[in-house]
Design a protein around this ligand. Structure first.
Ligand code: NAP
Length: 280
């Protein structure tokens, strides 16, 4: 496993499992399987409505809490809720969170960020993250914050490297975490001829080549999967290496294609969509 040292010296795995759009039962099975094959980083969010299931899988896995790195995200409708961190801890069933993000740059994120700074000082979280704070949003955050964040999580994959944010992250010593690392499963990416050719040369799958590309670019990567075979495969990234020519060929796949545009309308929708925790 590659370990990334954050700017506050917290160490986190460069590879984890994502749980977006997984029902509680799917998230439970997926996290349990991931921990079994060796994953130690798990990414969830208030908004995925599966934090309780993730917490249960962690407990039932038998892996000690100290070995697992939990990353989760506070939803914008919770930024002004002074108990949002405690409620997140309670859902996960843990007494600290390794990395806690503000999920979206909308609403009273300044208040939300102050809440994270306080939680960091109190030891309830070990690192602060900002998700989807691209461009001006990140600039504004740096003007506002007392404690600088440790991680930024944004969309990135071979069709969209997000080079602006990567450049900014490098300047700011901010670890970069890719969401939709496999293009959300887009066959156009997973069956791309260049990727397939590289995969054949290494006797690996296209998904493994793409994930390995993220790792070699220095990014933290969190593929999501409901499939046991895929979960196992997605962990087997450290027994091969892409050479310079292959990295160069992968770089050529960039075509500025985002799968999710961050627009004023989408941000506004997030702010007006309350969370409904049906799961107990
Ligand atoms: N911060 C944010 O706003 C934000 C937004 C989106 C996502 N995220 C995070 O990023 C994580 C990853 O995103 P994602 O799960 O939506 O998309 P993704 O990881 O890019 O792609 C997931 C898709 O790839 C397939 N897949 C996984 N491993 C595979 C393999 N070895 N071979 C073939 N197909 C494979 C999965 O299908 P199977 O189930 O069949 O394996 C699934 O359809 C999320 O789970 C979440 O934690 C964060």
């Amino acid at each position: 496993m590659r370990i990334i040292e954050l700017n506050n010296h917290v160490r986190m795995p460069a590879l984890g499992i994502g749980t977006f759009q997984l029902s509680p039962e799917e998230a439970y099975q997926s996290v349990l399987e991931a921990l079994k094959v060796g994953f130690r980083l798990i990414d969830t969010a208030n908004a995925y409505l599966n934090e309780r299931a993730v917490g249960r899988a962690i407990k039932d896995s038998g892996v000690s809490r100290g070995e697992i790195f939990i990353s989760t995200k506070i939803w914008p409708t919770e930024y002004e809720n002074p108990n949002a961190v405690e409620e997140t801890l309670e859902r996960l069933g843990v007494d600290y969170i390794d990395l806690l993000f503000l999920h979206q740059p909308v609403g009273n994120w300044k208040e939300g960020y102050r809440m994270l700074e306080k939680a960091l000082a109190e030891g309830k979280i070990k690192a602060i993250g900002v998700s989807n704070f691209e461009g001006q949003f990140l600039m504004d955050l740096y003007k506002e914050c007392k404690v600088k964040p440790q991680v930024i999580q944004v969309e990135a994959h071979p069709f969209f490297w997000n080079k602006e944010v990567r450049r900014e992250a490098a300047i700011k010593d901010l670890a970069f975490m890719s969401w939709f690392p496999l293009g959300h499963g887009d066959p156009a990416l997973l069956e791309n001829e260049t990727v397939k050719k590289i995969a054949e040369a290494h006797k690996k799958s296209p998904a493994q080549v793409i994930l390995r590309w993220h790792i070699q670019c220095g990014m933290i990567v969190i593929p999501g999967s409901k499939n046991k075979e895929h979960i196992k495969e997605d962990f087997e990234l450290f027994d091969f290496e892409l050479n310079d020519k292959e990295m160069y060929d992968m770089a050529y796949l960039h075509k500025d294609k985002r799968y999710h545009e961050i627009t004023a309308d989408s941000l506004l929708k997030y702010l007006t969509t309350p969370l409904t925790y049906e799961e107990k």
